[in-house]
Ligand binder design. Structure first.
Ligand code: FES
Ligand code: FES
Length: 189
């Protein structure tokens, strides 16, 4: 099956029943998308597929032929997305584990609803945060909506302290462990 991940055509040599979450993390090294429950309950694995927030643990790669997947790594290349800026302005994260899924869900919400009410936010963001950052998440979404509509200027989020590719190479947990051969590769034909 062939589909697009973060603007790049990919073809995974994996079982078509493989959850997208594992293809992204294990084959493409896109580890910003997190594994929480594997059952569709927590939202830590949320990505964007064709404009919708989707829990990637529930999607099999065999279902994705020709579709467009965007992960947290490509929400913006320079942290200029209003949701990212609002997240920094509100200092939303605590441990951070749920946050990439939260941000992807929030960005998809603002794509279809430029001025969500609190009820809209609560209905759309069903992700679980074990640290209880929900009040700051709601406020950050409100600020992102205002920034998106030009009603508020937000400071640019700071650049990454480390290039994501370097970060992946430097993760202590995997640095000294032989990694499997990458199974996702660009399509050139
Ligand atoms: S890991 Fe997918 S919803 Fe929890
Ligand atoms: S910030 Fe820790 S789980 Fe949400």
């Amino acid at each position: 099956m062939r589909f697009i991940v973060n603007g790049q055509p990919v073809q995974y040599r994996m079982d078509p029943d493989t959850p997208l979450l594992w293809a992204l993390r294990d084959a493409s090294n896109l580890t910003g998308t997190k594994y929480g429950c594997g059952n569709g309950d927590c939202g830590a694995c949320t990505v964007n597929i064709d404009g919708e927030a989707v829990k990637s643990c529930l999607v099999r790669i065999g279902e994705l032929e020709g579709r467009y997947v965007t992960t947290i790594e490509a929400l913006s290349r320079d942290r200029s997305h209003p949701v990212q800026q609002a997240w920094v302005a509100e200092q939303v994260p605590q441990c951070g584990y749920c946050q990439s899924g939260m941000i992807m869900a929030a960005a998809a919400l603002l794509d279809r609803n430029s001025s969500p009410t609190d009820a809209d936010i609560d209905a759309a963001i069903t992700n679980i945060c074990r640290c209880g950052t929900y009040p700051r998440i709601r406020e950050a979404i409100r600020r992102a909506a205002r920034a998106q509509s030009g009603g508020e200027a937000l400071a640019a989020a700071p650049p990454p302290a480390i290039d994501p590719a370097d970060a992946a190479r430097a993760v202590p947990a995997i640095r000294n462990v032989p990694l499997p051969e990458p199974q996702g590769e660009p399509i050139t034909d």
